[in-house]
Design a protein around this ligand. Sequence first.
Ligand code: COA
Length: 258
Amino acid sequence: MSNSQEILSQCEGGILTLCFNRPDKKNALNLSMYRELSERLRSADGDDSVRVILLTGSGDSFTSGNDLADFLASPPTGNDSPVMQFLLAISEARKPIVAAVNGAAVGVGVTMLLHCDLVYAAQGAAFQMPFVNLGLCPEAGSTLLLPRMMGHQRAAELLLLGETFTAQTAREVGIVSEVHPDENLAAVARDKAVKLAAQPAASVRLAKSLLKREYRVGLKETIVEEGAQFMKRLASPEAAEALQAFMQRRQPDFSKFS
Ligand code: COA
C-alpha cells in the first residue's frame, strides 16, 4: 500500500488514525491522498487489528476539501476516479469511524462526516459546503442524507447558499455529535475511540450496518448520480469561472450565466 506523508497513518490499540497532513494547503485532498484513504478504509474492513478508524487533520484545518487545482488539472471522469472511490469506500465502511474536526471543514470535509459515526468538533471549527458557489452540485450522498437529518429547508439553506457555519450549528443540525474547546478536542475524540474499541466489535459492526439498512441501496445510487452530475458541472463555464476566481483570489462573477 502507498504510504505518503500526506496521510499520516497509525494503528495502535485497535484504533487506526488517519490524519490529513497537507497543512500548507489546509489539508486539501489531492488524488494520491484519496487513493491512500480508499485503500486504508477498504483494507481496514478485513483487518482484525482495526476496531475503530479515527479521522483528523494536522495544523489548523480538518480538510479544505478537494484540491481545487486538481479539479482543473485532472477532473474526475467516472466512478473509478480517486474521489469517487473514496466516497464509496467511506460510505460502505463496516468499521466505526470517529472524526475529530479540528478546524476548517469544507466541501468533502463536511460531506465525509455524514458517513462517520461519532463526530467531535472543536469550538473554533468552521464548516462550509460551497458546491453551488463553485458552479457544481452536492456530492457524497448529501442530497439524500442532509434532508433526512435536518429537513429540506435547513439542508437547502446549507447547500444553496453555501455559507460558512459554526461548530454549534453543525451540532444543532446533527452533523456533529459534540463540540469541545479546541484544546480538548484531540483527547475527547481519542477517549471516545478507545471506548468504542473496547466494545464488542461484532456488535458494533452489526449496529452500524443496521442503522444504515433502510437507505444503503439508495445511498449508493445517490452518490453515483450526484457524482455523474458533479463531473458534468466541472466542465461548465460557471465552474471554470469559480475555480479561476479562487486561484486569482477574487470574487467570481456569475451574472453572465443564466
Ligand atoms: N484546494 C487547493 N488549494 C487550497 C484549497 C483547496 N481546496 N484550500 C486552500 N488551499 C490553499 C490556498 O490556495 C493557499 O495556497 P497558497 O498559500 O499557495 O496561496 C493555502 O491553501 C492557504 O489557503 P488560504 O485560502 O490562504 O487560507 P485561509 O485560512 O484564508 O482560508 C479556507 C482557508 C479553507 C477557508 C480557504 O482556503 C478556502 O475556502 N478554500 C477552498 C475550499 C473549497 O472550496 N474546497 C472545495 C469544495 S468542493
